[in-house]
Design a protein around this ligand. Structure first.
Ligand code: GDP
Length: 527
């Protein structure tokens, strides 16, 4: 029992969210370096080879050198057992990216200091807010030309609607980057580039230290004194409760590439971020420390082995301990079973595991029975976790099969791929399944769909891109959906649970529909 409590209290499970190129990979790699998981940062990538090593499952990944799905890395540091959930970016951005956030207890938001808040960060941030998880900000690339720090904080507050608390404050940037002032310690830490090394040997001085000018230059020292006074006087108090409720984001400035400010960030982050949080099920909150095992599926990875049409279901453990070959209950299937080939990612290696604890993520062999959101638990305690929301896709295409004789395979293929959660399928009311509208969060999923239908189901399709960009579920409507007053380029569709939805080309049309139909309520995701 004591071991269980001890193991679970050590867990920290978080996701790193960012726009491509902000420095997520570099920061993760430096974290791994501190965790001793790799000997020298920089030895992990070439990004392409690293990604290959992690997932060489699908031919399409090999062809393009990209990873279609996200993975989890586990390592230890300072007495903590850390699980980093990777949120895929670039063109492999997909619903998986959103769903991964459902398995996290907190998020680290990496922002490029020269760019500020970018599109993909904005989207991922919304999901974090929906879950009220703590969000920590790392403003990266201070060794390059950066925007004014006050302006960056204002942008985060204004665009994302979260208060900020600078934990440290940068002095200069780019060639003139002098380091950061650690507000907690009341010390200036001067910048030294430490690419590839673990230890950051920095010199420190207090603001009233007469040596400060010599360390960073008189002008910078003067500016810093002014900034510190301003920050101490003007900014909000540090409020841990607000941080843990996701209302206040502690902000750190640094440079992942030169390994400056990374370890102090990691230390503070681990100190302030929560251990596994209770999850809500039909019986209320489940205590992560309770001895009964429970977990939910948040991602399904298809076709690890083409010959067998295998899948791997990734689940987040919510309570208790998982032991290899223990008997569990798959609640949605109402079946007792043993989970096969449980595995975890340790640094860059995939390993078969014997045990795992609340907070951990495991992947198990799935013979095609699990769906996203399913609950797996000890047979003596049947519970059902709240489902994972379906996020609105942003790209749409009309999909037709080319060979009408293969209707059955087409229906089976699209339905199965939709069940795994890679795509969403819709139909126009009154129409059958021969022609569907497919919605995806990232356009790569269209290629994946085409490839998989052909290779696994022998069905050739034609994709016709549609100009819709926004999808909304109709939550309440004053009239039958078909009778709503909508513009000619808005479309009524149904999902396969027969819910009605509206497809819009732009936000102007959304507002038009809301204006003209009193009582119409639309939602961006469906529960
Ligand atoms: P990701 O797409 O968010 O994973 O970004 P990467 O970690 O791959 O970084 C994108 C590029 O920015 C790479 O060329 C990195 O070497 C570079 N980079 C990352 N962090 C820093 C930094 O702190 N300073 C500088 N100058 N470059 C950085």
């Amino acid at each position: 029992m004591a071991k269980l409590t001890d193991e679970i209290s050590k867990r920290r499970t978080f996701a790193i969210i960012s726009h491509p190129d902000a420095g997520k990979t570099t920061l993760t790699e430096k974290f791994l370096l501190y965790g001793g998981a790799i000997a020298l940062a920089g030895s992990v990538k070439g990004k392409k080879t690293a990604r290959h090593a992690v997932s060489d499952w699908m031919e399409i990944e090999k062809q393009r050198g990209i990873s279609v799905t996200s993975s989890v890395l586990q390592f230890s540091y300072g007495g903590y057992c850390i699980n980093i959930l990777d949120t895929p970016g670039h063109q492999d951005f997909s619903e998986d990216t959103y769903r991964t956030l459902m398995a996290a207890d907190s998020a680290v938001m990496v922002i490029d200091a020269s760019k500020g808040v970018e599109n993909q960060t904005r989207k991922l941030f919304k999901v974090c807010v929906m879950r009220h998880i703590p969000i920590f900000t790392f403003i990266n690339k201070m060794d390059r030309e950066a925007r004014d720090p006050y302006e960056l904080l204002e942008e985060i507050e204004g665009e994302l609607g979260i208060a900020t608390y600078p934990m440290n404050w940068p002095v200069g940037c780019g060639k003139e980057f002098k380091g950061v002032y650690d507000r907690g310690a009341g010390q200036m830490i001067s910048f030294t580039a430490n690419n590839g090394q673990r230890e950051v040997a920095a010199t420190a001085a207090a603001v009233d230290d007469p040596g400060l000018g010599a360390l960073i230059g008189e002008d910078f020292a003067e500016t810093l004194r002014g900034d510190v006074e301003l920050l101490d006087g003007a900014s909000a108090e540090f409020d841990l409760e607000a941080v843990q409720a996701g209302r206040l984001s502690p902000v750190f400035f640094g440079s992942a590439l030169t390994n400056f400010g990374v370890e102090p960030f990691l230390k503070d982050f681990l100190r302030l971020t929560p251990p596994p949080l209770p999850r809500v099920c039909d019986e209320g909150e489940i205590d992560p420390f309770s001895p009964d095992f429970s977990a939910f599926v948040f991602k399904i990875q298809a076709n690890m082995n083409k010959a067998h049409r295998d899948r791997i279901a990734f689940m987040r453990i919510c309570s208790g301990k998982f032991e290899k070959s223990m008997e569990v209950l798959h609640v949605q299937g109402d079946k007792k079973m043993r989970l096969l080939q449980p595995q975890q990612m340790m640094a860059q290696e995939r390993e078969v595991i014997d045990e795992a604890y609340a907070g951990d993520i495991i992947g198990v062999f799935d013979p095609g029975i699990f769906s996203i959101g399913d609950t797996i638990c000890s047979p003596n305690r049947k519970i059902r976790f709240d489902g994972i929301p379906t996020f609105a896709p942003e790209h749409f295409a009309r999909v037709r099969q080319l060979d009408t004789l293969k209707r059955k395979q087409f229906v089976k293929g699209t339905s199965q791929i939709a069940q795994e959660g890679a795509i969403q399928i819709f139909r126009e009311p009154g129409k059958g399944m021969e022609e569907v509208i497919v919605g995806v969060v990232g356009t790569l999923q269209f290629d994946v769909l085409e490839y998989r239908l052909k290779n696994e189901y022998g069905v050739e399709i034609r994709l016709e891109m549609l100009s819709y960009q926004h999808l909304r579920w109709i939550e309440e409507t004053p009239v039958e959906p078909k009778k709503l007053k909508i513009t000619s380029d808005t479309k009524v569709v149904q999902d396969f649970k027969d819910n009605y939805l509206l497809l819009f080309t732009d936000t102007w049309n959304i507002n038009w529909a809301l204006d003209k139909n009193e009582g119409l309520r639309l939602a961006e995701f469906s529960r």
